[in-house]
Design a protein. Sequence first.
Length: 171
Amino acid sequence: MQYLLFILLNNVVPIFLLILLGFTVGRKFGLDMYALSKLNIFVFVPTFVFVNLYSTEIPSGMTLVLAFVVALMAVNFVLATLTGRLLQYDMPLRNALRNSTMFYNSGNIGIPLITLVFQGSPYLDLALTVQIIVLVVQNISTYTVGFFNAGRANMRWQTSIQGILRMPTIY
């Protein structure tokens, strides 16, 4: 019980305080979500990914992590496809199910959580390296496969590809 309380107070509560702070600031100042989303997609995410890739030494043993992340995404894709077919979803809903199953918020939640959990531990650098690999794979696949899946619902595949090529994160 002591460990659970420690994890809740030192790891989970700070993240929820950040969420509450963001919610409060958004309500008080009426932030423009469209502009913030554009800033996030075109400035903050590519910068964050670039800086972390550039400044993190990635040992060759991390290829196993990369393989696992890709395999997990592939398994989630297959499971979502089978579930969508079993439930007789139309193509747009099946693509949305695939995206929501394959892609998760590994940056906004994953990095702060790992930093809090492993703070003061000799495993912090290793844990952050693993999470950065997950983050890079998630971002590149979200801005390619995810956008393609989302675009297939209401546009031609050529238009979807053109939109993907305008995403700075993949470069």
